[in-house]
Design a protein around this ligand. Structure first.
Ligand SMILES: [Zn+2]
Length: 512
């Protein structure tokens, strides 16, 4: 009978790759096989293709049909190849003109009734198609708005297989098919960030939050239940500048893979805020899961904030697993099918009660915990993880008088200072490839021309000499000192900035 070919795209982690889909229809006992490392969902495509095509009036011939998905070395996961498989098959059977579908990328799952259904990850898939030089992409109508976020590639939405076949036949006769009506999508409601003005009192925590936002520093909030730790954490994204185009594309692609972009008609331009429950599994937090390898919470928080409330309640394996991604900004999930890399440059905010009962160090100290309990609790958050936190701050229950006091500054006011401080950092580090103090490596901070003169770092040097500060902690203090200088409009940190940075790091160490 014949050979048909078209294209599709697959996903590995957050990166897409182009797939050539070939169909061969030959005489022999009726069979329909798929080669090229198809997973279970992908390997079931023949059932959907037979039923979907038949219900559209184009029955697949009762012959021997062989599909090849190439490159064969990469696993093909999910049902998104259905549309390309049915188009290649119908082309081989002579129902669809081959020259119309050659080089066109097809994305979509086929329903048994011939409808074309949305799949996850359309945004990164279309990005990959464009990167591979494709000029036309056919997507499910429900994913059209998402696909159009990618410029420089023509997007053709399709709702049903019969529509698509008719369309190719008309094009082959040199006629222009009518455009397919698309559902109107509302603009994504820009989520109203809670305002910092709602926070009563908490002068120290407010400063810590502003410094954390300005330099993208990791933050640890310690205080009794009800003091407002999560209230503060929720307000951090509202202080962060809007994402640039590149960051917005990355965040939107991750949301697309996680299935959270379906009803959105624009890029995610705000820093994401992800707050997983302390019962979250390793896969939910770090990435993985059964079937397709899904991004975890740390990747969903990429370019944004990851908030772990009641941090000591998370499993110690999960907390340990955070250490490497915090440093590298990338997590690698290893599977039998391969290794998947996910970006995860998140800003970490941890919150914890001072002790299991929550009352330690409070007014009148009504703590009922035993010494053993206290020690075990303090050990839940491992030293190496806490060592990677730049700022630790106490969040006490505000006194009643604070309720009557004047409202604090609004998020908008603070965000303006953050933007200025970020601009100063971006200018300073641009030639070195960094944009925020929180990501600048220690050796760079300790080398000329950024090395601070010895009198400025006396406090840090002494703390290291007495074993009160690790070498990693030393570097983290330097980063915070630079952010304090940027917020104050100074060109480099003063001795006072260094001292304040050290005290912001030590508050919890002295309490625990
Ligand atoms: Zn207690």
């Amino acid at each position: 009978m014949g050979l048909g070919r078209t294209r599709s795209v697959g996903l590995a982690g957050v990166d897409g790759f182009l797939v050539d889909v070939e169909a061969d229809v030959s005489s022999g006992l009726p069979a329909f096989t798929i080669g090229g490392r198809a997973d279970t969902a992908c390997a079931q495509a023949p059932d959907r293709v037979r039923a979907g095509a038949a219900n559209c009036g184009f029955p697949v011939p009762q012959r021997r049909i062989t599909i090849n998905l190439s490159p064969a070395s990469v696993p093909k996961v999910g049902s998104g190849f259905d549309l390309a498989i049915v188009v290649a098959t119908l082309s081989a059977a002579g129902e669809v003109p081959q020259r119309q579908v050659d080089g066109v990328v097809h994305i979509g799952e086929l329903g048994l009734d011939g409808s074309v259904r949305a799949v996850r990850g359309v945004l990164p898939l279309v990005l990959a198609a464009r990167a591979a030089g494709a000029r036309h992409v056919v997507v499910p109508v429900a994913s059209a708005a998402e696909a159009r976020l990618v410029e420089g590639i023509e997007v053709h939405p399709v709702a049903r297989l019969d529509e698509l076949v008719r369309r190719y036949r008309l094009l082959d006769q040199g006629r222009r098919p009518d455009p397919i009506p698309e559902p109107q999508l509302a603009d994504a409601p820009s989520p109203a960030h809670p305002d910092l003005a709602d926070v009563v009192g908490q002068a120290e925590a407010r400063i810590a939050l502003e410094v954390a936002a300005a330099g993208s520093h990791h933050l640890y909030l310690v205080g009794p239940p009800g003091a407002g730790k999560s209230m503060l954490a929720e307000r951090l994204p509202g202080l962060l500048p809007a994402l640039d185009h590149e960051q917005a594309l990355e965040v939107s692609a991750i949301a697309s893979i996680s299935g959270r972009l379906a009803a959105v008609s624009g890029l995610c331009r705000r820093a994401p805020y992800v707050a997983p429950h302390h019962g979250a599994s390793m896969a939910a937090l770090i990435g993985g899961g059964s079937g397709a390898v899904m991004p975890g919470a740390i990747t969903q928080a990429h370019n944004g904030v990851l908030f772990l409330d009641e941090a000591p309640e998370f499993s110690s394996a999960v907390l340990q697993a955070l250490r490497q991604p915090i440093e590298s900004g990338v997590v690698v999930v290893a599977r039998a099918s391969g290794r998947y890399r996910f970006p995860c440059k998140f800003q970490l905010v941890l919150a914890a009660n001072p002790c299991p009962c929550g009352n330690a160090f409070g007014k009148g100290d009504r703590c009922t915990c035993s010494v053993v309990q206290l020690r075990a609790y303090a050990h839940r958050l491992s030293g190496p993880l806490l060592d990677r936190i730049d700022i630790q701050v106490q969040v006490p229950i505000p006194p009643r008088a604070a309720l009557l006091g004047p409202a604090g500054e609004s998020s908008e006011t603070v965000a303006r200072r953050v933007v200025e401080a970020r601009a100063a950092q971006a200018e300073r580090w641009a030639s070195r490839g960094y944009s925020v103090n929180g990501r600048v490596p220690g050796p760079l901070l300790r080398s000329r021309p950024f090395r601070l003169a010895p009198p400025l770092t006396t406090d840090l040097d002494t703390a290291v000499d007495f074993g009160a500060l690790s070498l990693r902690g030393y570097d983290r203090c330097l980063r915070v000192a630079w952010t304090l200088a940027d917020l104050a409009g100074r060109t480099s940190p003063s001795r006072q900035d260094v001292g304040v940075a050290l005290s912001m790091r030590r508050q919890h160490a002295s309490a625990a």
